[in-house]
Design a protein around this ligand. Structure first.
Ligand code: BG6
Length: 465
């Protein structure tokens, strides 16, 4: 498919001296330049660090080189277009500087890679300097702290930007393996007839990391696993697994279906939530004394729809788990007792479809096959597809999402009504958190979470990636 035209004519990155810019956004900008997708547009970094253009350029170069070597020709085309504005987001001066940098530009893209408490300040500052007309805005997660603040944030954005110019980022939506859930479900007629309560016994999703806060404790302590992963990444995966086929592939058609599923998800019940905290968390620099922030959360919920009624959904996410893995496991009903299996007393195990959505993406389908020899006994076998082996390296999520936003393609971004529903789903747990239970690092969380899984036949632990 030919590349879509990009009408964005300047890229402005708020939070240019921050961690996200360094690790993800600058390397993505470089790759877009390499693919000649930036049309010679200026890239303006904005932050409070007292830098000048040369400081920003060497920072950008370092951040790109930390990922891969730079091609001198690509870098020399990009470097002179990188400029920098510094100051306080609460003062007008910084927006005045920015207006000078953007002279003659009609469609800038403002990327807000800054703490959410500053969003309003920045959006109002841009509006006061007449910089919002014709512009687009990309907003990083977390989108608000709860339903009320997310609504306020939407109000602020809508005061100055139409919904189709607002791009709420969730980088999981830029991952091929996650988008593949949709394609796998709706491009294979084999699956649709069994994708419902008549054939599926339960669905589990695990987002696990084998490391802790990785130097981000100051931010993480204000968020916790519920706000950092559950309200956004986890619910996006759930929506792709549960939604009905969209009427077309437009951004609104896809998001209409997601919102429908969210509306059918019962508000999470605080009595069916286990919050955990790994031992040692409270001693990390940046964590508040006596912090009650959860580094793990597991819960069970239902979806009230004809497709899903009665199917238990179990989801969990945590830091300092035994492995890093993101997996969704669809467990089908067990077959009836196998009369031909000689002396076997039970039934075959159920079939599982396992979507591996993390570092080693792919799909496994566990079926039962005959063991060798005389008897008609069964043994589980795995059919496996590895995404990298089939399709090679995929684009980095941030590269794809940045390009989408510059093209105005909304399919992989959150819509106001969807974020509102996501917050509605988690709000009771935000308001009435159960106390955190400690767990040892390198385990699957508190015992209560393991017991919660056992009520439904036990968790499927992901394989080491
Ligand atoms: C981010 C969270 O959104 O996602 C982090 O803030 C988390 O806490 C990260 O580590 C996980 O992303 P990925 O792509 O490595 O699974």
């Amino acid at each position: 498919m030919p590349d879509a035209p990009i009408d964005t004519d300047a890229l402005v990155l708020f939070g240019a001296s921050g961690d996200l810019a360094k690790k993800k956004i600058f390397p993505s900008i470089y790759r877009l330049e390499e693919r000649q997708r930036l049309n010679g547009m200026p890239i303006v970094g904005v932050a409070s660090s007292p830098w000048d253009d040369p400081t920003m350029r060497s920072y950008v170069k370092e951040s790109i080189e930390a990922k891969h070597p730079t091609d001198p020709a690509v870098w020399s085309a990009l470097e002179p277009r990188l400029t920098y504005c510094s100051g306080d987001y609460r003062q007008d001066d910084i927006y005045g500087q920015l207006a000078d940098h953007l002279q003659g530009r009609e469609h800038p893209l403002f990327y807000l890679a800054i703490p959410p408490v500053l969003f309003e300040e920045v959006v109002e500052g841009l509006a006061r300097h007449n910089l919002v007309e014709g512009a687009k805005v990309v907003v990083e997660k977390p989108f608000g702290r709860d339903r009320k603040s997310a609504r306020e944030l939407n109000d602020v954005l809508h005061r100055h930007f139409p919904e189709q110019s607002i791009f709420r980022i969730d980088h999981y939506l830029g991952k091929d393996a996650i988008e593949n859930i949709l394609v796998f479900r709706f491009a294979n007629t084999l699956l649709e007839p069994v994708w419902n309560r008549n054939f599926i016994a339960k669905i589990e999703v695990t987002i696990a990391e084998d490391f802790g806060t990785a130097g981000r404790a100051k931010y993480y302590d204000t968020a916790g696993a519920l706000r950092d992963i559950m309200q956004n990444h986890m619910l996006e995966i759930v929506a792709l697994l549960a939604m009905e086929p969209p009427v077309s592939s437009t951004g609104d058609a896809l998001r209409d279906e997601k919102v429908k599923v969210y509306r059918q998800i019962r508000t999470f019940d605080p009595n069916r939530v286990v919050r955990g905290q790994y031992r040692g968390y409270i001693d990390e620099p940046g964590v508040e004394y006596g912090s009650d922030t959860e580094t793990f959360v597991a819960l069970q919920f239902e979806i009230d729809s004809w497709r899903w009624s009665g199917v238990p959904w179990l989801v969990r996410t945590g830091k300092n788990m035994p492995v890093s893995a993101t997996e969704a496991v669809v467990e089908f009903n067990r077959p009836p007792r196998i009369f031909f299996a000689g002396d076997t007393t039970g039934t075959s195990p159920s079939n599982h479809l396992r979507f591996r959505l993390g570092a080693d993406p792919g799909i496994n389908l566990q079926l039962s096959a005959k063991t060798s020899g005389d008897r008609l006994a069964t043994h589980p076998v795995d059919l496996e597809v590895t995404q990298d082996a089939l399709f090679g390296d995929s684009e980095e999520p941030y590269e794809r999402l940045l390009e989408d936003a510059m093209e105005g393609d909304m399919r992989r971004f959150g819509r106001a009504d969807a974020t509102d529903e996501q917050w509605r789903i988690v709000q009771q747990v935000v308001d009435h958190p159960s106390p955190v239970q400690l767990y040892e690092q390198g385990t699957w969380g508190p015992q209560a979470a393991i017991e919660m899984g056992q009520l439904y036949g036990g968790w499927h632990d992901p394989k080491r990636e």
